[in-house]
Design a protein around this ligand. Structure first.
Ligand code: SF4
Length: 208
């Protein structure tokens, strides 16, 4: 789609015009939405295997927002590299388990998540890592046991799922879904209101 002159029709149709936001945002950069982002999406080598995941959309969005990177697994004291964790469903309850060590990290993660989310003074959106048992908003694999190979379901991770439940009205997405242009447009629309949406659309969609 590279460098199209007009935003697609669905973008124009779905645009929510918000006069109040517009008047505040006449000078680009004077007000930046605050976006909490998974730290591994280009900010730190904090994946369990020491990797960082560069994300082109996050890079392009950077000048327009105030990113606040966070890694839930580092925050609960896990190091890099570390043994992976997974969500295990036991007797109807979801637990965060580290199969290689047998550690149950559920309480520690839940405690971090509630204190972190409760401490947020201002946030306008989230971009979280898909498929992560911590950060995913919808698509983390859920297993019936620590050693089982086949997942039985998918759902939100401990951090991402809680963020979505606490802030359902905000722009909350994962980096994988944001590759879909309709989802991206709705995310930007929610995040910025009418902050120069056409200009923003152009600059954030050039490679597609
Ligand atoms: S997905 Fe979340 S918890 Fe996992 S490395 Fe990335 S920021 Fe940390």
């Amino acid at each position: 789609m590279g460098g199209s002159a007009r935003p697609p029709a669905f973008y124009q149709e779905s645009r929510m015009f918000n006069e109040a936001v517009c008047s505040k945002m006449k000078k680009p950069g004077t007000i930046k939405p605050v976006v909490i982002v998974s730290k591994c999406l280009g900010f730190d080598h904090c994946r369990y295997d020491g990797q960082i995941i560069p994300d082109d959309f996050v890079d392009k969005l950077n000048p327009y927002v105030e990113f606040k990177p966070v890694c839930a697994e580092l925050e609960i004291g896990l190091g890099v590299p570390r043994d992976p964790v997974r969500i295990v469903s036991t007797d109807g309850a979801l637990k965060l388990i580290q199969p290689a060590t047998g550690r149950d990290l559920t309480d520690r993660m839940c405690s971090f998540v509630s204190s972190f989310l409760d401490s947020i003074k201002r946030v306008d959106g989230f971009i979280l890592k898909s498929r992560s048992p911590s950060c995913s908003i919808r698509d983390a694999k859920i297993y019936s046991g620590a050693e089982e190979d086949t997942p039985i379901a998918k759902g939100g991770g401990f951090f991402g799922g809680a963020a979505l439940r606490k802030f359902p009205h905000l722009a909350v997405e994962d980096e994988r879904r944001l590759k879909n242009l309709k989802i991206r447009a709705r995310f930007l629309e929610k995040l910025f209101g009418c902050f120069e949406p056409f200009k923003l659309w152009e600059s954030l969609s050039k490679e597609y």
